[in-house]
Ligand binder design. Structure first.
Ligand code: COI
Length: 356
């Protein structure tokens, strides 16, 4: 009966609110989807403003077959993480305002209304608190938070959808690549490009991701971890990997492709640049020709999901270039400094973290 099921729901809610941690094997977390309890949903109908949102049980949503997102790919996503704070019962978000601003920028490019920065951050906080039993214990991983903005209203001719949905769900995660924290092996596929000038490479639209699945699958079938893409005009300059930005180190100089429209402006990318500069490295954001891979000392990838991933080799036109990896590397040092701030192990002098 309805009364019994609502009583049962109340019991579940009580268990969830008192339970410290969900009962799963926290040592086995990767980046697979572990469903959590609640998701946040907020709508915008025929207008420019989102109404207030609600927490719903995590589950399927109903969409019109003619929704803008299903027919024309009008959608954006974000990614950020919550960690259990060291020595406290709270949780730390890392620079959530940056994600909110990036979504606003992307929404403008994709002709969508976007939640305000406050609405975005509120939704993220609510989602974390409602799912707090799923935030991994310290040292075991983080709660990955996935905000989505989609054209949910029906549209047949090509035009912006009439209605929009903003959702936030979350899942506990460990390391992104199957290698764990071990170095990864990239391959350059110069026949496939992730972005074009004037396109949407610089915003986090859902349509930037499915087009690289084929190149990624081919790379994986040959034993590589991921693909590194070159620019589509000159086929000469580094852009990024399927799921993360790229950095190279030579001596004291760290170089990364400049964000000029075809590169995703990563929040981890931006943070690593700042941390590296603070610690005396010269960081250059510029065009990085593929030839610089030949004599780089180190290469590493950055992203919310991958954090800082050391690259042990890059294969280009049949040649394999190898890089320094291990405990003594600059990338390992940067990884430690970044994650110490994110987990609250180190004083957050830049006010990057938000405690909830
Ligand atoms: C992230 O790092 O948060 C991303 O959005 C990349 C995604 C392919 C997992």
């Amino acid at each position: 009966s309805r009364a019994a099921s609502s009583l049962q729901q109340e019991c579940f809610d009580t268990v969830r609110s008192v339970e410290e941690n969900a009962e799963i094997d926290w040592d086995k977390l990767g980046f697979g989807l572990v469903p959590t309890d609640y998701m946040y949903v907020m709508r915008c109908s025929n207008g420019v403003k989102f109404s207030s949102g609600v927490l719903n049980p995590y589950g399927n949503i109903e969409l019109s077959p003619s929704s803008g997102v299903l027919n024309y790919g009008q959608g954006l996503f974000e990614g950020l993480k919550a960690y259990r704070k060291e020595g406290s019962s709270g949780f730390l978000l890392f620079r959530p305002e940056e994600n909110a601003l990036r979504m606003k920028m992307g929404a403008e490019r994709m002709c969508m209304p976007s939640p305000s920065v406050d609405q975005f951050i509120h939704a993220v906080k609510e989602t974390v608190l409602a799912n707090k039993r799923w935030v991994p214990p310290q040292g075991k991983g983080s709660l990955y938070i996935r905000p989505l903005l989609i054209g949910s209203g029906p549209i047949l001719g090509l035009a912006p959808a009439p209605d929009y949905m903003f959702m936030v769900y979350a899942a506990p995660v460990g390391t992104y690549f199957k290698e764990g924290l071990a170095p990864i092996n990239l391959v350059i596929d110069d026949t496939v490009h992730r972005a074009t000038p004037g396109g949407t490479g610089g915003v986090k639209t859902i349509t930037n991701y499915a087009p690289v699945l084929k190149a990624q699958a081919q790379a994986k079938s040959k034993g590589f971890t991921d693909v590194l893409y070159l620019d589509s005009v000159n086929k000469k300059y580094l852009e990024e990997a399927s799921s993360c930005n790229i950095f190279i180190l030579k001596g004291n100089v760290i170089s990364t492709p400049a964000t000029m429209g075809t590169i995703l402006p990563g929040i981890t990318r931006k943070s690593i640049i700042e941390i590296a500069r603070d610690h005396g490295y010269q960081v250059e954001e510029r065009l990085v020709p593929v030839e610089e891979l030949i004599d780089a000392d180190e290469v590493f990838c950055t992203g919310t999901a991958v954090v800082v991933a050391p690259v042990s080799s890059i294969t280009y036109q049949g040649q394999r270039f190898q890089y320094k990896t291990g405990a003594e590397t600059v990338s390992q040092k940067l990884y430690k400094m970044l994650t110490a701030i994110q987990m609250g192990l180190e004083e957050d002098k830049k006010s990057w973290t938000v405690e909830i």
